[in-house]
Design a protein around this ligand. Sequence first.
Ligand SMILES: *Cc1c(COP(=O)(O)O)cnc(C)c1O
Length: 814
Amino acid sequence: MTIAIRNIISILKANWVGKNDVAVIDSISIDSRSLQNDSNTLFFAISGQNHNGHEYIEDLISKNVEHFVVEYIPENLKDKANFLVVENTLEAFQKFATFYRSQFEFPVIGITGSNGKTIVKEWLNFLLSPDYNIIRSPKSYNSQVGVPLSVLGINEKHNLGIFEAGISMINEMEKLQKIIQPTIGILTNIGSAHDEGFSDVGEKIKEKLKLFSNVNVLIVNKNKTISCFINPKTKQFTWSSDDKKADVFITTSKTENKTIIQCTYLEDTFPVEIPFQDQASIENAIHCLVLMLYFGYNPTVINARMSELYPIEMRLKIKTGSNNCTIIDDSYSSDFQSLKIALDFLEHQKQHKKKTIILSDIFQSGLTDEELYSQVSLLIISNKISRVIAIGETISKFKRKFINGIAFENTNEFIDAFDTLDFQNETILIKGARDFHFEQIVTLLEHKTHETVLEINLNAITHNLNFYKSKLNPSTKLMVMIKAFGYGSGDFEIAKLLEHHKVNYLGVAFSDEGIALKNAGITIPIMVLNPESTSFDAIINHQLEPEIYSIKGLKAFIKIAELKKITHYPIHIKIDTGMHRLGFQESDFPELIELLTNNELVKIKSILSHMATSDSIEYKDFSISQIQLFDKLSSELKAALKINPIRHILNTAGISNFPDAQFDMVRLGIGLYGISSDDDEQKYLQNVGTLKSLISQIHTIPKGDSVGYGRRFIAKRESKIATIPIGYADGISRHLGNNVGYVLINNKKAPIIGSVCMDMLMVDATDVECKEGNTVIIFGEQPTVKEIAKLLNTIPYEILTSISQRVKRIFYRE
Ligand SMILES: *Cc1c(COP(=O)(O)O)cnc(C)c1O
């Protein structure tokens, strides 16, 4: 795309404030972290409820970005760039995408429904790509922001579009329809529940159908509930398993590990085989099949291609590699759009300076190879990649275009050369089309541990953060506690995310935790809750901010500050208001005030206290008395010292239960990790951590035999016993044995039996269909951490922080 600012001004009806309206832009960005932002980029400063794109403009200007679409011009930046001022930047972004889409005329498939959108889109892409140059939504970019981003990827060479649209509220679909302008519609399915944003299911169906208001044909399951909402003027191409009047009549039968779809169309009946057996996959496959019939494919081609369908992996995963490498695993797709996304993701994870990308041939860009790999090369240069390993017959011909380029004709050649390639202290992005089987490369590079992993959903963390932010007054600052290795969920990765979301402070328990974060490049201030006097020196060297809670500690800190000749060093004063753990008491005040009056060595950044019962209605009066005492004592200190520090007392439960006591800041902890003490509030949070393992071995034992140490399980019937490689050394309490706890295997409960061992435990899987190697969920959506805590008569905090460091953490984004 190349387009003059002048034209964009008129498309957006923007108010232009700047110097250069003849400038031409060639790309659009809404993500300040992208290294692809440059002087030819137009940046849309989108603001949502909890995110304000305008805050990043100053920084972007310093990185040479010159053109911005904004709702207001941030202070002092007026003469520094080109500003296109609009009422609402999101709407302007959508308007621009709508304009851009209307420049192209080719068939576009629009997909919506409650489930299966992304899979149907990815499968159609696979099934149709031999015959078309396809542009499709990357990953599951189907939102008010994702859809315009997807559409902006179109270029002149594409001749088929496949875009998905997802909505959560009324009035959203009309906008997406305008941006996608689909000519062919697919409605995957509609769940029976109505989501929060709709008053009933009917309203939800009507809203979804708006995507198809202008299509030439709608592909849909013939179904009474839905049919009555479809505009009679919309031409339909239907399928059904019980109504023979549908255009395509379908019956299915299952074999060992496949499903045969018998398909009757235009008097002809033929079978199509797919390598799946679950109902959702079958239904998704039928939608693809029906579309292929509509496109006029013959049964032989349909069957040949559909028998090759594969599971879709949509996540980018971060894994720990050997030799201190970090691996970003995107080994299932390779197209230009998703390469851009993966490179941005790589940038967000700045863990190592050195960055390598392992990249396969890229398919169906619509461009010639020369054009394509020139663009790829530019993208790689702008992302400051240190080394490129190109694998594939085509990409290897363009090796000279890449910095430190190394090329291999195929994956096996790379594997043979692996030992000579020296991977260490770097981040490695692995991105390849499916046929290249880059999962083999991931296996080679991965740090070998046992098979148990704790998966951390970074999107869920953002969701929970925003949930709590929405409870805060606009002026309330936010500190997030990431003590104890981020409540067991990982510290650096989470800190990085919080930094991007402009959290004001981080809190850790000990100085070592803070030092690790500073060394990893975190720049937001970090408060240390429990600094030992012996660590004051290190605290100062690493610019950490200590919490001071006693006269003795204060004196010791002042002494070191004097020795190191520093002044105005930020400290935080902790007051004990009833918790009786750490803090100054009222009786310490005269001495405290004396020590701090006219003291130039330290500066009181904040005054805080901590609540003992913020999660309990029973002790509400006690909480209120703590809050009142805090208000009184902190006011006294402010007045005596003539200072105006940040005051804060609320933790997660406090934010929920005492909204009037936010003072200047709050300290969010467990809520970020998806846990609320309030069952109603819990519904609004997303699960963050999933502890997963797999079945190492299955034994079938006769009635009367025992399992494990001490023979604490005796089989009452012939039993199928599965062994899972996770034990108390990984943090699984022994008290979960003997039928107290359970794990989930293929969505069924399997009770933990006998004694939990150090590195293993056994479950009764007699009633569960399962094989060795199947995934086992120890906690996550089910069982929840809260549920397990209850069984063990403890709190979720202990369960989360007990998971041993030998369990590998994998971070992913959806
Ligand atoms: C851990 C901690 C918090 C956060 O508590 P949550 O209950 O996890 O929200 C806040 N303040 C202090 C002093 C803490 O130690």
